[in-house]
Design a protein around this ligand. Structure first.
Ligand SMILES: [Zn+2]
Ligand SMILES: [Zn+2]
Length: 321
């Protein structure tokens, strides 16, 4: 099968590989679409904590089982079902976690093998290129589940790249009011129609105490300080994007959390239930979601797509296989 393999950082090879042999609990799946994630681009340029090389990347996939009909998106985790985290419903934090496209071969290939119980059905009316946005959308739902986003609450999102925009869609679908902070004019222009369609407003200047929730969908440290300042007392901040290494957190920021009883949570990955909810949201907001797709490409163009993604100016590339 045609496969795109990351051999070492920066070295991607389009090659022929053996079709995977599924284990008894797995299914052999033909990939129809795989969206390209910023994390894929980062793994290509600098590696990742959870990446094992060589690897076929790609964890945002839409598939058809090779032996039957129907279409599915794939929850990229594997969970033991018995550890403390699994029993608490935090299957994305399972101590035996192995992630598709990180520890196991992913979707930049014609076929992949994944556990049968990781498949989430896709209704016939939802195109595969849109369906594969279910995974990143589910990750934003996980963030909202950590910090809450009740109907009518004001949610401030730092970054209007694809993930920030999906976060706004997730918030809107739950009845919260999303506001996007973005300083890049090009990104604002590209997201204009999507923002209009889902009713996400722009946050143009600091409004201390004005928001119930803030989330960073951009790695800059400034998003933490500004986000905390803009929260009302008792407000909640979600660390969705990791921060760059090296910068110490000033005591003043921590004291802000202390004096105003702010709540700070992390979020990483998603659960199967969140993926089911994400598929439903994509069906309900199909036209808006279509606007998040920058281009549909083939495997040979993925390296170029990585460069464009790292430039930060583009929406979602989807590989069609
Ligand atoms: Zn992703
Ligand atoms: Zn577990």
């Amino acid at each position: 099968m045609k496969s795109l393999v990351l051999e070492s950082p920066g070295v991607l090879k389009l090659t022929d590989m053996q079709v995977p042999e599924p284990e008894p609990h797995e299914r052999l799946l033909r990939v129809t679409h795989c969206a390209v994630c910023r994390t894929d681009a980062k793994m290509w340029s600098q590696g990742h904590r959870d990446l094992r090389l060589p690897r076929i990347l790609g964890h945002e996939v839409c598939v058809v089982p090779s032996d039957s009909s129907g279409r599915f998106v794939v929850w990229p985790g594997t969970a033991c079902g018995t550890c403390e985290y699994c029993r608490k419903g935090f299957e994305n934090l399972c101590s035996a976690m192995e992630i598709l496209g990180f520890h196991r071969h992913g979707g930049f290939a014609e076929y992949l093998a994944a556990p049968a119980d990781s498949l989430v059905p896709v209704p016939p009316e939802l195109p595969g290129a849109i369906a594969c946005l279910a995974e990143p959308l589910a990750c934003t739902l996980n963030a909202l589940d950590r910090v809450g986003a009740a109907p009518g609450e004001r949610l401030l999102i730092y970054g209007a790249g694809p993930v920030g925009l999906l976060m706004a869609l997730a918030a809107r679908s739950r009845g919260a009011l999303p506001f996007l902070h973005e300083i890049n004019a090009e990104k604002l222009a590209r997201s204009h129609d999507f923002r209009g369609q889902i009713g996400a407003e722009l946050h143009r200047e600091d409004r201390p105490g004005d928001y119930d929730v803030a989330v960073n969908a951009a790695p800059a440290w400034e998003t933490l300080g500004a986000g905390l300042r803009n929260l009302a007392a008792g407000g909640r901040f979600c660390v969705f994007s990791g921060f760059p290494a090296g910068d110490p957190v000033p005591a003043g920021l921590i004291n802000e959390i202390h004096y105003r009883q702010l709540v700070v949570s992390g979020a990483y990955g998603c659960t199967r239930d969140q993926m089911r909810e994400a598929v439903g949201i994509l069906c309900a907001f199909r036209e808006a979601a279509q606007r998040l797709i920058e281009d549909t490409i083939g495997l040979p163009r993925v390296a170029d797509a990585f460069s464009s993604i790292l430039s930060g100016m583009v929406l979602k590339f989807v590989v069609a296989l």
